[in-house]
Write a protein that binds this ligand. Structure first.
Ligand code: CUO
Length: 691
């Protein structure tokens, strides 16, 4: 008898293969009855399924469904089409399926399993994968079912299409006993250095970075029929903050590569000089993802198949309405009443989510921007082409235009933060009386003080779960990514008051701008990237706080990015699966530290010990920021966001008094010069299974 949780896990396996054949490493077969056959196999499905049964190690019987779901909308998406939540037609399909999957009463897991098998058989594999993942994450009884690593189930969204022919060959010969040799993915496969933007490819095309973005949007869907799936604590603000931090990190990387900060895309009639040729194929559609030539222009969209009929003029109108809300500090609700604008509402307006107070008036500026960018090559579906990487959350961060678009989006949020409707922090909101930091430094594992070292690592990812119709057994792709030597922060604190708690907030930012001049704080505040945030007790008197880089509240452990979750790694943070499903949306550990340069780039390390009375939230079980998960970007499941301050505090808004970071420092803060130095060497990951 196979446990239901194990059965559910198998529904991620080989998404483009029919359910008739065995799944998983143990060759487990779902025993299908007529109910679970789609049209393709109506005549001979049972026979084929039985024949597979003779070879299977385990067989899972399925409970018959007393009522079959209609899936009237979702069935319309062909099995070989791409799926995108940004397209209104697809979003409605997803809403329909998620609604069905959530409507099975809790703890009736056999019914849930049968319904999921039915959905898996009858629906587009990508649509199914998305809805299934959202359902697992939002049902209480499935919290122990791990969401399979998306790069393993849909590897074609994450790497060069040339890998897959080699992978099939490798799977075939290793089935005959040949040693498993990893397939090497070159570091530079999408462009040459003739394209200056290509300098950032290691960031944009990083597997962990793209997995992070996909996972975040899975935790925070913007639409669902059940409002509670969307209506999470401060989700609009988190949409702003997580993407703001991506832009800050990206801008920092641009400076490290001798490029200016990204230019926001705000004139929508202007040609876009950045082209992008992704060199990805889809294993679902068996087609390549459309590229974008340089200097293409946004076009009005009329694609009935996607539910899209919008013009650039519509976008301009929505933009003016959003800008008016920002200028006046007032949002107009759909029922004619008004509310004071706050950052959380603004996030829901701009994205937009179903929590937007007035989708008619404000549109869906951000989501539709992704669609405009994704369809410049075929705005009216004349050529039957699908969308570019810009419209898929797992691929959009590969495209240089993603950052130009999100720089525009971030600028709207920053204009609100810079308006008179957001007041600057008073001294009492920044200080922590009696708490004085006397020194703060970083110590690298390689011995350096106040120097962080980055380098390149080659790591393996197993493609076999996404390689349909090939032999069993792992097939590894080896790719090169940025990494850093582990380090620790050491902070000396003098507490002249009583013992108390404090929140430690650690940020870094480049010390100089693109002209090599020191920053004005009004600009540098937008460059600070959060490195860690945690709550600790302070004793009266002297304290020394030591914190490891691997404990960061921003990141998820390396193993969660790259390893199949069935193989437990040895990171101490390998926590229970509930927290992975939810907190797996953190930033990848290997990208915590910016690249720096071989000569060494100067950064400001900023450490703050804030007043916990103003930080704490009242979560029922008393949980605090000390949780080991990536709470800064993911929040906590079914709980309040674990920090009462505005996200990005204390840099989320301009200072009314300080012109530069030195002026900003109070006794409970500390600024330290540090250097980030790239060692331009490539090392094998010692954990690679094929070493
Ligand atoms: Cu995450 Cu534009 O929202 O991509």
């Amino acid at each position: 008898m196979v446990d239901v949780v194990d059965s559910l896990k198998l529904l991620f396996d080989r998404p483009n293969e029919p359910m008739l054949s065995p799944k998983g490493d143990d060759n487990t077969l779902f025993q299908l009855t007529e109910q679970f056959l789609n049209e393709d196999y109506m005549n001979n499905g049972i026979e084929i399924n039985n024949r597979y049964g003779e070879m299977a190690n385990k067989v899972i019987p399925l409970k018959e469904l007393s009522q079959l779901p209609q899936f009237n909308l979702a069935r319309r998406l062909p099995a070989d089409a791409e799926f995108s939540t940004f397209l209104p037609a697809h979003q409605e399909m997803a809403d329909e399926v998620i609604d069905e999957l959530l409507s099975v009463p809790e703890n009736q897991l056999q019914d849930f399993l049968s319904l999921c098998v039915y959905a898996r058989v009858n629906l587009n594999p990508q649509l199914f994968n998305y809805c299934y993942s959202v359902a697992l994450m939002h049902r209480k009884d499935t919290k122990n079912v791990p969401i399979q690593n998306f790069a393993e189930t849909f590897p074609s969204k994450f790497m060069d299409s040339q890998v897959f022919a080699q992978a099939r060959e490798s799977a075939a010969v290793s089935a005959q006993g040949a040693p498993r040799v990893p397939i090497i993915i070159p570091r530079d496969y999408t462009a040459t250095d003739l394209d200056v933007e290509h300098r950032l490819a290691y960031f944009r095309e990083d597997i962990g970075v793209n997995l992070h973005h996909w996972h975040w949007h899975l935790v925070y869907p913007f639409s669902a029929r059940q409002r509670q799936v969307v209506d999470k604590d401060r989700r609009g603000e988190l949409f702003f903050y997580m993407h703001q931090q991506i832009i800050a990190r990206y801008n920092g990387e641009r400076l490290n590569n001798a490029l200016a900060r990204v230019k926001k895309f705000s004139n929508w009639d202007e040609p876009i000089p950045e082209g992008y040729f992704p060199k990805l194929d889809s294993l679902t559609t068996s087609r390549g993802w459309p590229p974008r030539q340089a200097n293409m222009v946004w076009q009005n969209l009329n694609r009935p198949i996607d539910g899209l009929n919008i013009t650039v003029a519509d976008m301009q109108r929505w933009r003016r309405n959003v800008e008016e809300a920002i200028a006046t500090g007032i949002a107009q609700r759909a029922d004619g009443t008004t509310q004071a604008l706050d950052i959380d509402t603004l996030g829901n307006i701009i994205e937009s989510s179903i929590l937007s107070p007035n989708p008619q008036l404000y549109g869906a500026l951000h989501n539709n921007g992704h669609s405009f960018a994704a369809y410049m090559h075929d705005p009216t579906h004349r050529y039957l082409e699908s969308f570019s990487v810009m419209a898929d959350e797992a691929t959009t961060m590969r495209d240089p235009f993603f950052y130009r678009w999100h720089a525009f989006v971030d600028d709207l949020f920053q204009r609100f933060k810079e308006s008179t409707h957001v007041r600057s922090y008073t001294r009492s909101e920044l200080e922590n009386p009696g708490v004085q930091i006397t020194s703060a430094r970083v110590e690298s594992s390689t011995g350096g003080q106040n120097t962080l070292n980055t380098f390149w690592t080659q790591s393996d990812v197993d493609l076999s779960r996404g390689l349909d119709f090939s032999n069993r057994g792992p097939v590894y792709a080896r790719f090169t990514h940025l990494n850093h030597r582990p380090f620790q922060y050491v902070i000396d604190v003098n507490n002249t008051g009583n013992a108390r708690r404090t929140t430690v907030r650690i940020f870094i930012a480049p010390k100089f701008d693109e002209r090599n001049l020191p920053w004005a704080l009004s600009d540098q505040r937008k460059m600070f990237i959060e490195m860690d945030k945690f709550v600790i007790p302070l004793n009266a008197g002297q304290n020394t706080i030591v914190r490891q880089s691997t404990q960061s509240s921003v990141t998820i452990p390396f193993e969660q990015t790259f390893r199949n979750l069935s193989q437990q790694g040895n990171d101490p943070r390998q926590t229970d699966l509930t927290s992975f499903n939810y907190c797996g949306c953190g930033w990848p550990q290997h990208m915590l530290v910016p690249k720096g340069t071989e000569a060494g780039t100067q950064y400001d390390l900023f450490v703050m010990l804030s007043n916990y009375d103003l930080d704490s939230v009242n979560n029922p079980d008393g949980s605090t920021l000390s949780c080991v998960e990536a709470s800064s970007f993911c929040g906590l499941k079914d709980k309040l966001y674990p920090d009462r301050r505005s996200m990005g505090y204390p840099f989320d808004r301009p200072s009314s008094t300080a012109a530069n970071i030195q002026d900003f420092i109070l006794p409970n803060m500390f600024r330290q010069d540090i250097t980030i130095r790239l060692q331009n060497v490539t090392e094998q990951n010692p954990k690679n299974p094929t070493n």
